[in-house]
Design a protein around this ligand. Structure first.
Ligand SMILES: [Zn+2]
Length: 494
């Protein structure tokens, strides 16, 4: 057998990279983290550390302070145990089976044909390396390692907050070097449900399908203010405009595939009175021209087509079709308010994520987000009003609270100071318009937490192109080590 030296041999910080490499050999797909949990348990027991575990399988490992730092406030270090296990179809490697092949590409570390798991292996490796280095001072720590983060923050949502006693939380799951993240969005799912009677389609009517595709889509939080088309809204608008010329009947309206993405595809089946299908197509084409022009600069690929389809058995009446299309028009989508703290950051948004026709019911599913919890009730009220005007109802599911930026946070002040001292420049302090586990964790702890999130530069996470910048790992490490030291110095972090 040919022995090759490890792609991370000799890179600093050595203990960190040794742990990181060890973790790449352990299968840890979301909801199947058992091997990883065993690995952490074995590591903890070698060091005489207690491991607490809750019903959701999250781990908390209390770590005593180093000498002289016993009276410092307890700091929670947090990351997730699971990873997204993606691979190229022809790759012999598979993270789901603990086969990740590390590769060096200049200053980047990547994996051969698979996701790397730097999201969030860097957090777990950093916690282990920090705790076992007796030369690094810190106050009492609690290592919070969650499961199933990558499937809707499932682990954090099931967290038993009574396992934690800390008042400060450092989340180690950010992916941009040079930033301190101090806010994120909470979210609420809603479903506008409208039921209207259906009746048989007239024999002789023409059946057409109208399809929207080609838009950019993207994350319904972080991409919501970039002027991208929403396929369901575009389809609703084209149909509503066409109905002013040709009173047709809607048989179905469906679009969107996931609750947290901007829909890229949507399709409707309509029943048009005989002899009017050309007029209907012209009306759709006219609307399409206007819509394409609206998105010419921001989402130029969006297309709308009408084509003959198999005839539908039944459909809503012309009047009910009008009411349903009015409702699609009323459901808002896009940014609603900008952050008062950070330029260019969205504070509140809502995105119509799915349209579903089932029997006589049309459901319009939205995901609304805000870092300001007090802003979401008004968004939900708008959706409720749309549902009521249509004689329908609204179902609401609150997911988790937002993390409202606190620019007076003592932890942020300390971290900014340490950042400048250790890394030689000012940090970019900002928030994200997406969910982070820390907001969920804070909501599970009696008095909330003073929080901060940071990490090294990770690109293309969740894809086989995932890579982490090696020099930024060293910067991340320096900041972490210096911050836990500084936060535990007497008189610094009260
Ligand atoms: Zn992550």
């Amino acid at each position: 057998m040919v022995t090759t030296s490890s792609p991370v041999a000799g890179i600093e910080p050595r203990a960190f990279w040794a742990h990181f490499e060890a973790i790449t050999r352990i299968a840890r797909p979301s909801r199947h983290e058992e091997a990883m949990i065993d690995h952490v348990r074995a590591w903890a027991s070698e060091r005489g550390l207690e491991v607490k575990q809750d019903g959701a399988r999250n781990l908390v490992i209390p770590v005593p302070a180093t000498a002289g730092r016993e009276s410092a406030p307890t700091v929670i270090l947090q990351g997730h145990l699971d990873m997204v296990c993606e691979r190229q179809p022809d790759s012999p490697n598979d993270p789901a089976e603990g086969r990740i092949e590390l590769m060096r590409d200049g200053e980047w570390l990547t994996a051969n044909g698979t996701t790397l798991g730097a999201d969030d292996g860097v957090a777990i490796a950093a916690m282990m390396a920090l705790v076992e280095d007796a030369s690094l001072p810190h106050g009492p720590l609690e290592l919070l390692m969650t499961v199933a983060e990558e499937v809707g923050l499932e682990g954090a949502n099931g967290l038993d907050g009574s396992m934690l006693t800390g008042s400060v939380l450092l989340n180690l799951d950010s992916e941009e070097d040079g930033r301190l993240t101090v806010g994120c969005a909470g979210s609420t799912d809603t479903w506008v449900r409208i039921e209207r009677p259906r009746s048989a389609v007239d024999a002789g009517d023409a059946t057409l399908s109208v399809t929207v595709s080609g838009g950019l889509g993207g994350h319904s939080g972080s991409n919501i203010a970039q002027g991208r088309s929403n396929a369901v809204k575009v389809l609703g608008r084209a149909l509503r405009q066409a109905q002013a010329t040709v009173p047709f009947r809607l048989a179905s309206l469906n679009g969107g595939r996931s609750r947290n993405a901007i829909p890229r595809d949507a399709a409707a089946v309509v029943s048009v009175p005989s002899g009017q299908d050309d007029a209907f197509r012209r009306a759709v084409a006219e609307a399409a021209t206007e819509i394409r022009d609206e998105f010419a600069r921001t989402d130029g690929g969006v297309t709308i087509t009408a084509a003959p389809a198999d005839s539908a058995a039944d459909a809503w009446s012309v009047d009910d079709t009008a009411a349903l299309l009015d409702t699609v028009a009323l459901v808002p989508t896009g940014p609603l308010a900008m952050s008062p703290d950070f330029d260019g950051l969205v504070e509140t948004s809502t995105s119509l994520s799915e349209a579903i026709t089932k029997g006589a019911q049309l459901t319009l599913h939205s995901l609304s987000r805000s870092s300001n919890d007090s802003a979401l009730p008004a968004v939900v009220a708008t959706l409720d009003a749309a549902a009521r005007l249509a004689g329908g109802r609204l179902d609401v599911k609150h997911n988790y609270a937002g993390w409202r930026p606190n620019l007076d946070s003592p932890t942020l002040a300390t971290a900014s100071r340490v950042f400048v001292r250790e890394l030689g420049s000012e940090p970019i302090v900002t928030g994200v318009h997406a969910g982070l586990e820390s907001a969920v964790v804070s909501s599970k702890v009696a008095n909330g937490l003073d929080m901060l999130s940071f990490g090294p530069e990770i690109q293309f996470p969740h894809s086989p192109d995932e890579r982490v910048s090696i020099p930024t790992v060293e910067r991340f490490w320096k900041l972490l080590v210096a911050l836990v030291d500084e936060l535990s110095k007497p008189g610094v972090a009260e």
